[in-house]
Design a binder for this molecule. Structure first.
Ligand code: NAD
Length: 171
């Protein structure tokens, strides 16, 4: 059985690692879709699809997970009723979707795809919004993400980027 997990992963954090590990127990292969792949360089979506792909692949390797998954970036479409077909056109066939996102759950279940919501893990801290807030305010964020994500953020000067974006937002 092949399952699909979609997220923006801005950035990929320890809650996401927990979900991937849990979901992998119930599937033969997992398709990990990077949603909103066209977005980057904004305060809500600071990292590119390529950067997020590095975060995911390196974090999973760091956690000893090296096979049975595909990582596929997916751009948004401005028509929700076409989105599932769009996702299907870019991914291997799948039988089940894993998501906690209300719209994602609605769109897949409306076309008869089985959707499961994995339990949240320390959602207060393991949250992209909280991590981006800390990055912006100079607060410690490193404990909330795998070490591989810290390396990617350093490599692409992600904190500097976020601070610059905050400045340009005020102009
Ligand atoms: P996300 O990165 O916030 O979350 C990804 C998954 O991880 C979710 O299922 C979430 O429940 C889970 N998760 C997050 N924190 C967790 C924690 N602490 N513990 C356990 N699980 C946790 O991404 P998202 O918002 O779900 O991404 C949905 C994507 O689908 C977006 O990119 C969105 O634009 C896209 N989308 C696009 C369209 C369209 O283009 N029309 C329509 C629907 C959805």
């Amino acid at each position: 059985m092949r399952g699909l997990l979609i997220g923006r992963f801005q950035p990929f954090h320890k809650g996401h690692v927990y979900v991937v590990k849990k979901v992998l127990k119930g599937v033969d292969e997992l398709i990990i879709c990077i949603g909103s792949a066209q977005l980057s360089h904004t305060l809500d979506d600071p990292f590119t699809a390529g950067e997020r792909l590095m975060m995911i692949a390196n974090s999973l390797a760091e956690n000893g997970i090296e096979k049975h998954y595909y990582i596929i970036p997916i751009q948004d479409v401005n028509n929700n009723s076409l989105w599932v077909s769009h996702v299907r056109s870019l991914t291997p066939p799948f039988a089940k979707v894993y998501s906690g996102n209300t719209l994602v759950k609605r769109l897949f279940s409306e076309v008869g795809v089985k959707v499961t919501t994995p339990p949240l893990f320390n959602r207060k801290e393991y949250s992209g919004t909280e991590i981006r807030r800390r990055m912006l305010n100079g607060e410690p964020w490193e404990d909330l993400v795998p070490k591989a994500v810290i390396r990617v953020v350093k490599e692409v000067q992600g904190i500097k980027r976020i601070h610059n974006l905050a400045k340009s937002d005020k102009i």
